[in-house]
Structure formats: C-alpha cells, structure tokens
Design a protein around this ligand. Structure first.
Ligand SMILES: C[C@@H](O)[C@H](NC(=O)OP(=O)(O)OC[C@H]1O[C@@H](n2cnc3c(N)ncnc32)[C@H](O)[C@@H]1O)C(=O)O
Ligand SMILES: Nc1ncnc2c1ncn2[C@@H]1O[C@H](COP(=O)(O)OP(=O)(O)OP(=O)(O)O)[C@@H](O)[C@H]1O
Ligand SMILES: [Fe+2]
Length: 586
C-alpha cells in the first residue's frame, strides 16, 4: 500500500565478512517503486592469510559496524531533511543469522542500541531469506524459485503455505567456501571465487566428479579431485575451468529440477557466488531453454550487504513483524525454512484450483501434440494443446517423455548450459544406469516398467507404459508406505534410486491394482553405504513436503514401513537423523 510519507529503514549486516549498513527509503515496501532508493556502506574484512577467522572477523565488526551505521544514519537524516524534516528512520533491521556467532552478537548489539536511540522497532531478518527476497523484490516476480549461491550456503528455495521450503541444498559446505578451500590449497588469498573465475578464462575442460542427489548436491568429492589434479600437474587454469563447469552445472541442474517440481516459471538468484558470470550465463541459458524467466540482482545486492536486510526489513515492518529487544537473540544456525513468512500474500506452487501461477514452463502440461509433430525441438507449452492428437508429451526435469499407446519413449535432450563434454557424459551415463537399475529393481521384486530399447549415445530409452497417475497426484498413505518398502528392497539389494520423488513413482488409481512402480533410475548407483540409503529417504521426504499438505504424517508412515521392510534399518535411520539435523553453517 502506498504511504503518505516515505518509510525509511536502517539495515545492519555482519554475518561473516561484510560490516555493512544501509538505508532504504520507499513509499510502498510491498513492491518495487520508481522512487525507492537504497544506499549501502560496507567495510570488508580481508584476512591476511587463510580463510575467515571468526575472532578476527568479530574484531573487524567491532571496529567497523559503528562507522558504517553512522554513515547510513547520516544519509537517512539527509533524506528526511529533503522531505521537510521527517523522522529519520522508522525501524532498524538486522541480520539475526545464520552466520558466525561472535559477529552476529556485535551486529545485534548495535541494532538494539540504534533502535533504542531512535525509539523505533527492531526487525530480525534471516540473512538467507534476505538474499532471496532482494531478487524477488527487484524482479517483481510473483512466486519464483530461488537459488542462493553464497559463501557458507547453497540451496534452492520455493514458497509454500507460509514458508520458504528448502527444496535442495548442499550436503557438505557452501559453494563459495568450497571454492575458497580449493584456492587456499593453491596458496591464493581470500576470497578465491573471483580468482577462479579469472583464471578459468584461459582454461580448457577437465573431467571432475559431478554429484547431484535428487535436488541435493555435494562438493567434497569434486574439491578433493580438483586439488589432486593440481598436485599431479594439471594446468591450474584447466582445473579452474573444469571446476566452474561442474559446480555451476550442478547448481543449474537442481534449479531446473526445482522449476520442474514446483511448476514455477521464474527463477531468481542470490548470494556472493552469484556475482560469477559463468553461473549467471548457465542459469539464463537453462531458463531460456525451458521458457522460464530469470533474474539476478546487480552485484551490490548479491554479495553480503545491508541493503537486502533493509529491503526485507521494510516488508516485515509493514506486516507488523517486529521483535521486542528481549526476544532478539541471534541464531547462528537460523535456517530459511524456520521463518514464518508474514509479508507475502501471493499464491504458492500448490496446483490445487487456480492458485498456482504457471509460467511458460511445464508443471502439469501433459501436452497433446499432433503425431507428426514429434520433433524433439518442439517447445512444450500450454499453447500447443491440440485436441485432435494422440501422442502425449511430457517435459520432465531432464528429459522429454512421449507416450504413445502402451509405449513410453524417454529422451535426455542436450542441455545448452552444460559444457558439451560434461553434457554428453552425463546423458550417456544416466541412460545406461537407468536401463540397468530399472531391470535390476524388477529382478529383486520392485515393480518397474519393462525396458524395450536403449541407446545411450542418443540418450534414448523405450519403456512399457505403467500406472495411470504419478504419486504426486494422489499421495495417499498406502502408496507412500509401499514406496518406502520398495526403497528398502532395493537398498537390501545394494543400490539406490537416487531421485525417489513423488513424480518418479507411478500408481494405479484403479482400486483393483495396488502396484506402485518406481521409474527414472537415472541418478541411481550401487553402494553399500547406509548414508546413501538415508539420502534416498531424505529425498523422498523432501518431495513429500513439497507435494502434500499432510507431509508429516506421510513421512512418519514411510519411516515405519521402511523400518519393517528393511533388513538393517537402524544405521540408515540413524544416518537420516544426522542428515536432517545437519547445521549448515560450516
Ligand atoms: C551467512 C553469510 O555470512 C554467508 N555470506 C557469505 O558467504 O558471503 P557472500 O558475500 O554471500 O559470498 C561470499 C562468497 O562469494 C564468493 N565469490 C565472490 N565473487 C565470486 C565470483 N566472481 N565467482 C565465484 N565466487 C565468488 C567468494 O569466494 C565467497 O566464498 C552466506 O550467505 O552464506
Ligand atoms: N514407464 C512410464 N509409464 C508411464 N508414465 C511414465 C513412464 N515413464 C515416465 N512417465 C511419465 O513421464 C514423467 C517424466 O518421466 P521421468 O521422470 O522418467 O523423466 P525426467 O525428465 O527425469 O523427469 P523428472 O526428473 O521430473 O522426474 C513421469 O513423471 C511420468 O509421469
Ligand atoms: Fe550471504
């Protein structure tokens, strides 16, 4: 709602390296207005050697926060005077977490003191949600998926039922920290990300590990391999190039999966690593290929900065979401999905009724194409519906699936964002594995479609058609239990599915047939590590959270069924608890 006089919010940020304060002035905090302005003052901590030392970083905050806050206050005062002597600020917003505890405490103390001095409310902002909201605010996208690519974090978020849900995230370190560790190995100064970007410009492709599990991903294997490659004499620029191609393709792939799962046609980017041009180029290319919109804010809003804290602070303030000083303690592990989202009214991605806002991309478009238009280059969108045809085409997260009579043809199309060598390797490997594991699962008694043909070079598979709906369309408890039993069976047989989401299970709605088929084994592999089995369960849980309203009881049911069906459930369930409890700030 437009206000009669502008709102002015002072933001303070200091979770790790950026001692930053900002002032944001707006006549309507709920949207981007032409007359809004943001001024950011940042003093960066630059370690002499090694990475960020928490104690040194805290000393830096101690010295620099008062200065940057004074600068922002000064600007607020000037702006207020321009408007004829308004109150300078209406509220103070600060980063409550996640971040380094000693730094957060200094920021919180400064924020409380400033709020008291001006006698205005305090707003406690989640730093990761701020990285997301600045992109949503600047782009004015209604319900985007967000990729946060920052130093200590890496995750994909989507909004549902009043919360941001973590659709996928790193299983070990944040993406920037992973790159910085690699550059420390080379003896380069912090931060390493921009240096890798610069050196990669002269490099050539090098094969490295690529690890995506559902929508989660891991950097530890690729980073050790990159260090080893340098140690064994590979050219540093080639390793930098290879590293970027793999790491950013992983982030782009999971973003694409999240767009596919949620049906959102909009992606926003946030975080310090988002300043990397190659990452932005890949995401833009992926979005273009699937007809989605992409937005990345300008660099001053990507790296840690108090501007994003002030902008989200204004939205929260407008929604009455302020906190009393006594409740304003910091939280160094503050996760984005812990935040009740008070400032949004837009629809989420739930497909029920008309509430979902579909972009041009594909959530439910079981598109009917003319039988002669089975050209793979065809863009599948809602407009191409053609009632007279008899071939169904589905655009999945990574493949195009055409269904004709009783046969399903799945084709992994090239992805323009990925380096050609990585792209053909992944398509070939996944097609081969999908063929092998689909048949293997059948042999151990788990229903899967019969494989009729496979051509790994072309990324092509032909299957029997199974089921009459995806589990997502009817996530009933009895189906969910059956899936958990199937997962226990394949784990007992020594392999994982790799991506057991509610879209990768086919069910029979007909009451007489209670079979549930597992499909899409392309991310599966052989393993005897309980943690890998636990990841399968975790991916399934996450997709239930993303699809069903009663997800908690479904997850409990799945857990119970797995425990009964598995021959050795304990180590798996222990590992699952460990995965769920992981603090991400490392
Ligand atoms: C919790 C908070 O403290 C933390 N903030 C943080 O990590 O700072 P941020 O500004 O979002 O990101 C810094 C990271 O961003 C990387 N970076 C900066 N420029 C880069 C570039 N051109 N290419 C790749 N990485 C880059 C740096 O190497 C560093 O690891 C976070 O958001 O996770
Ligand atoms: N054998 C089959 N029988 C019936 N339907 C199928 C079959 N295989 C795939 N489908 C349908 O096609 C959709 C996409 O297939 P699949 O999951 O294999 O491709 P994908 O591109 O990897 O998709 P995603 O990554 O979204 O799971 C499935 O959700 C399902 O609805
Ligand atoms: Fe950050």
């Amino acid at each position: 709602m437009a206000r009669s006089r502008p709102l002015r919010i002072l933001g303070i940020e200091g979770t790790a390296w950026a001692a930053s304060a900002a002032v944001f002035e707006t006549t309507d905090p709920t949207r981007r207005t032409d007359d809004e302005r943001v001024e950011i003052y940042t003093d960066a901590y630059e370690p002499d050697s090694g990475g960020i030392h928490p104690r040194e970083a805290a000393e830096h905050m101690h010295e620099s926060i008062p200065e940057v806050v004074a600068q922002a206050r000064e600007t607020a005062r000037e702006w207020a005077d321009e408007r004829g002597g308004d109150d300078a600020i209406d509220a103070v917003a600060f980063s409550r977490g996640p971040g380094l505890g000693p730094c957060l405490r200094i920021v919180a103390t400064a924020a409380r003191a400033t709020a008291q001095r001006f006698d205005v409310p305090l707003v406690g902002v989640n730093h990761m949600v701020a990285h997301l909201e600045i992109g949503r605010h600047r782009s004015e996208f209604a319900s985007p998926v967000c990729l946060n690519a920052s130093g200590a974090n890496a995750h994909v978020l989507g909004y549902r039922n009043g919360r941001y849900r973590v659709l996928g995230e790193t299983m070990d370190t944040g993406v920037g920290n992973a790159i910085d560790k690699f550059t420390r190995h080379l003896g380069w100064s912090h931060p390493g990300g921009p240096k890798v970007e610069a050196r990669a410009k002269d490099g050539e492709f090098l094969d490295l590990p690529y690890v995506v599990k559902g929508m989660d991903f891991s950097f530890s294997g690729i980073m050790s391999a990159a260090k080893q490659a340098v140690d064994s004499g590979e050219a540093v620029e080639d390793v930098c190039f290879g590293l970027q191609e793999h790491v950013f393709a992983m982030l782009t792939e999971v973003s694409e999966r999240a767009l596919s799962l949620t049906g959102s046609g909009q992606l926003v980017l946030g975080g310090g690593v988002a300043q990397n041009e190659r990452l932005r180029e890949m995401l833009a290319s992926m979005c273009e290929q699937r007809g989605a919109e992409f937005y990345a804010p300008e660099p001053r809003f990507l790296r840690d900065n108090a501007g994003m804290i002030a902008v989200l602070g204004a939205k929260m303030y407008e929604a009455g979401d302020t906190i009393a000083i006594e409740d304003s303690r910091i939280d160094s592990n503050f996760r984005p999905d812990q935040v009740p989202v008070t400032w949004r009214e837009e629809e989420d991605w739930t497909a029920d009724g008309d509430s979902v806002r579909l972009g041009t991309s594909s959530r439910d478009d079981s598109v009917r194409l003319g039988s002669d238009s089975r050209d793979d280059s065809v863009r599948l969108g809602n407009d191409s519906r053609n009632k007279s045809a008899h071939v169904d085409a589905l655009q999945g997260a990574e493949a195009t699936v055409t269904i004709e009579d009783g046969t399903v043809t799945k084709r992994r199309n090239p992805r323009a964002y990925r380096h050609e060598r990585l792209d053909s390797r992944l398509r070939r490997e996944r097609t081969r594995l999908e063929a092998r594991l689909t048949s293997q699962a059948r042999r151990v008694g788990v229903p899967t479609p019969i494989l009729e043909d496979v051509d790994p070079e072309r990324g092509l598979l032909v299957f029997e058609r199974v089921g009459d709906a995806d589990l997502r369309d009817d996530p009933a408890e009895r189906h969910v239990r059956a899936v958990a039993r199937h997962l226990a069976t394949i784990h007992d047989a020594g392999f994982v599915h790799g991506d057991p989401t509610t879209r990768n299970v086919r069910i029979e709605r007909a009451a007489s047939d209670d079979r549930r088929y597992l499909i899409d084994f392309g991310l599966g592999y052989f393993t005897d590590d309980p943690e890998d089995y636990a990841m399968d369960l975790h991916v399934f849980d996450q997709s239930l959270t993303g699809t069903a309203d009663n997800s908690e009881s479904l997850i409990a049911a799945a857990r119970g069924a797995y425990r009964t069906a598995s021959s050795a459930p304990e180590p798996v369930l222990d590992s699952l608890r460990e995965i769920e409890g992981r603090g991400r700030y490392q």
